[in-house]
Design a protein around this ligand. Structure first.
Ligand code: F0G
Length: 367
């Protein structure tokens, strides 16, 4: 057993403090001793073996879930935000700005609060899950609700950033991509190799771009020998990369990925092509099925957009896509508590009963 002296405070892992992604992967990130590190100890998220999915796929498959909802603000965005906000402080910025379907704004506002920076977020009206909105508000962001979709909000923040002394922290900021590539590093560190397949939801396409960059850098530095096939999934009504054209009015219940003109379009296509993978679409029905399956069979609660990876996994498995005995990692990008309304809508809640033992016994399904 290790000495208890090695750190027993909050955030300790096996008696040793996890330092956050910048300190853990400093040699791979654009920071110097002069960079003030703004961290909430993001990263080190669980890589959970899914018995339910491995069994369902059969043929000796091992399916793992990289539960990015376990980051400090409940999504993978924190990996990129620790780098983007640290660099913004280093550059003496006083305010950060983003457009968001919710998670970027939650993360930006939390890290900005910690750094003592102002944050301004533009969000599409009526299209952001309540948990995410509550995060931006309570962290003190200036929340501007726009009567337009995410793509229009992104165009607006790009213009605003040109005319004002603010740092844009959407994933077009390269520091975001740098931080987010650490997800691939953690997967390789945990498995001792890269998986055969890496399955991930795609919206603005920064994350798949970042993850591919991570695998590529780990191979270049000799940490892995093979890179995975990258499989990205969009929602059918918001699948510009699959259709090869901008979608003016993207539609899907997975609001996080309701995006019709992804900023990292080329990055996502390159990841799929260079890795021998693909970008495909899944229907809202398939997303919701995967969403319920993860919660009810694996005990893992994610937001709908995150379930797009597992919906895609099941679709490809049914088509016989995967080679035998493959190791597959599905990225679960955000926590289910971001969008409790969706869970409640998915499962019917019975009417309240009088506090009578016989009525309650019956309702509880007990004899
Ligand atoms: N999953 C979740 C939960 C997300 O919030 C996002 C993106 C994605 C997947 C897609 O990642 O954009 O890098 O392809 N959310 C952004 C936001 C757009 O504003 O929070 P991507």
């Amino acid at each position: 057993m290790r000495s208890r002296k090695q750190g027993t405070g909050p955030g300790t892992i096996g008696n040793r403090q996890w330092p956050g992604v910048i300190e853990r992967y400093r040699a791979y990130l654009p920071v110097s001793p002069a960079t003030p590190i703004i961290t909430l100890l993001e990263g080190n998220t669980p890589l959970i073996h899914s018995r339910a999915l491995s069994r369902r796929l059969g043929r000796g498959m091992s399916v793992y879930l990289k539960y990015e909802g376990m980051n400090p603000t409940g999504s993978f965005k924190d990996r990129g935000m620790t780098v983007a906000i640290s660099k913004a402080v280093e550059a003496k910025s006083v305010a950060v700005l983003c457009a968001s379907t919710g998670n970027t704004s939650a993360s930006a506002s939390a890290y900005a609060a910690r750094a003592g920076l102002r944050s301004i977020v533009l969000i599409p009206s009526g299209a952001v899950a309540l948990g995410k909105l509550s995060q931006a508000l309570i962290h003190g962001a200036r929340v501007v609700v726009v009567d337009a979709n995410f793509d229009a909000c992104l165009a607006l923040v790009k213009s605003l950033a040109q005319g004002h002394p603010v740092t844009l922290v959407n994933s077009i900021n390269p520091h975001r991509i740098e931080g987010q590539k650490t997800c691939a590093f953690e997967i390789c560190d945990a498995l001792g190799r890269a998986p055969d397949y890496h399955v991930t939801p795609v919206g603005n396409a920064g994350n798949i771009t970042a993850q591919w960059k991570g695998y590529t850098e780990y191979r270049r530095r000799g940490r892995i020998t093979q890179r995975p096939a990258m499989l990205g999934f969009q929602a059918e009504g918001a699948a510009p990369l699959v259709q090869g054209r901008v979608i003016k009015h993207p539609r899907t219940i997975a609001t996080a990925i309701r995006i019709g003109n992804p900023a990292s379009w080329q990055g996502a296509l390159a990841a799929a092509e260079e890795s021998g993978g693909a970008i495909q679409a899944v229907s809202d029905r398939q997303i919701l099925e995967a969403y319920r399956l993860l919660a009810s069979e694996d005990g893992v609660f994610v937001e709908p957009a995150s379930a797009a990876s597992v919906a895609g996994l099941l679709r490809l498995a049914q088509a016989g896509y995967f080679k035998k005995r493959a190791t597959i990692v599905c990225i679960l990008t955000g926590h289910g508590l971001k969008d409790p309304e969706r869970a409640i809508k998915s499962i019917r809640l019975a009417r309240p009963l009088p506090p009578s033992l016989s009525a309650i016994t019956k309702a509880a399904g007990l004899k």
